[in-house]
Design a protein around this ligand. Structure first.
Ligand code: UDP
Ligand code: MG
Length: 310
């Protein structure tokens, strides 16, 4: 068995050396083989310079260098694309996660497809990080139907085939467990150690939580309606359009019976509702066109890859 460990790094020069040493000491003691995929997410400090000697000296180390800062989701995605392992582990590069937890996560893969590290005693500020995250976690759990206490944890293990088929962009990386579960993956959450950040700076603040909530709406929408946009927009369109028609019909009757209607606000409302109704139905149709052209393209691949050459 090969375990690929993905470590996203953005300006972690003070941590990389200890990080490498502690990953080594834990992983060398295991019976299985491993590789360390350091993903430099556009660091402007000495992160890369400090990692290069490890890359040269240690065949287990791979170093991916981003041209600029693309974010943690992109760093994970690059790691997933380049990982050769049967099991994939992600871990933060700031030593807040403890490499000692990796073996217990890995040991549960097989029985489970995704194992999430729960930072039970999370060592981050309460008001700006832990409190918003409690709310976000319970909201995400409710909305996605996949109950986890720590969606934002950087320490997770996956069966490789599970993540290879999931596309993460933007901040969607923290929803991977939910996405995986919708595809039928079995999820487990176990308690893991969390240390305060001793060196370097956190890259995230409170605004993150707000973004996460918006992303949750995206995810939920994609889950429920991405293959049937008309069902998302159509009902509102019909309802609003029908209400508009009824109002206009009423006004038409009044007009025929000799009453002036040109000055009535109701006329504006009627017209507005009809237009919105048409727009919504149009949006649904447009969505259906996108979905069908997507599937059309999927059926006609431009190229076909050979299977794994091992
Ligand atoms: N990170 C990254 N790209 C970014 C921001 C962060 O690769 O744009 C890395 C960072 O170097 C660290 C991990 O993601 O290894 C977690 O980031 P951080 O410790 O800043 O987040 P926090 O623990 O405060 O949530
Ligand atoms: Mg951190």
């Amino acid at each position: 068995m090969l375990v690929s460990i993905i470590i996203p790094l953005h300006n972690e020069e003070e941590n990389v050396e200890d990080l490498y040493a502690s990953l080594k000491s834990v992983m060398d003691a295991q019976t299985y083989d491993y590789e360390l995929l350091f993903v430099d997410d556009g660091s402007t400090d000495r992160t890369v310079a400090l990692l290069e000697p490890f890359e040269q000296r240690d065949p287990k180390v791979k170093l991916l260098r981003f041209r600029r800062n693309f974010g943690k989701a992109a760093a994970w995605a690059a790691g997933f694309d380049n990982a050769a392992g049967d099991v994939i582990v992600t871990i933060d590069g700031d030593l807040q996660n403890d490499p000692k937890d990796i073996p217990s996560l890995v040991s549960l893969i097989g029985e489970y497809d995704v194992v999430n590290g729960w930072r039970k005693k999370r060592q981050d500020p309460f008001i700006i990080r832990r409190f918003p995250s409690i709310i976000a976690n319970s909201l995400i759990s409710k909305v996605t139907g996949v109950k986890l206490r720590d969606y934002g944890s950087g320490l997770k293990a996956y069966k490789a085939e599970v993540v290879k088929n999931i596309n993460v962009y933007g901040e969607l990386h923290r929803f991977i467990p939910a996405l995986a579960s919708w595809y039928g993956a079995k999820i487990k959450e176990i308690e893991t150690t969390h240390h305060p950040r001793r060196r370097g700076k956190s890259k995230y603040g409170i605004s993150r939580t707000l973004m996460v909530i918006l992303d949750m709406i995206t995810i939920k929408f994609l889950q429920s309606y991405s293959t049937k946009p008309m069902q998302a927009f159509g009902p509102f369109g019909l309802l609003v359009g029908a209400a508009g028609l009824v109002i206009n019909l009423y006004l038409v009757i009044l007009w025929f019976s000799g009453e002036a209607i040109g000055h009535r606000p109701l006329l504006l409302l009627g017209i507005l509702l009809v237009i919105i109704g048409i727009q919504l139905i149009g949006l649904g149709l447009l969505g259906e066109m996108l979905v069908s052209s997507y599937h059309e393209n999927q059926r006609k691949p431009l190229y076909v890859l050979r299977g794994p050459q091992k």
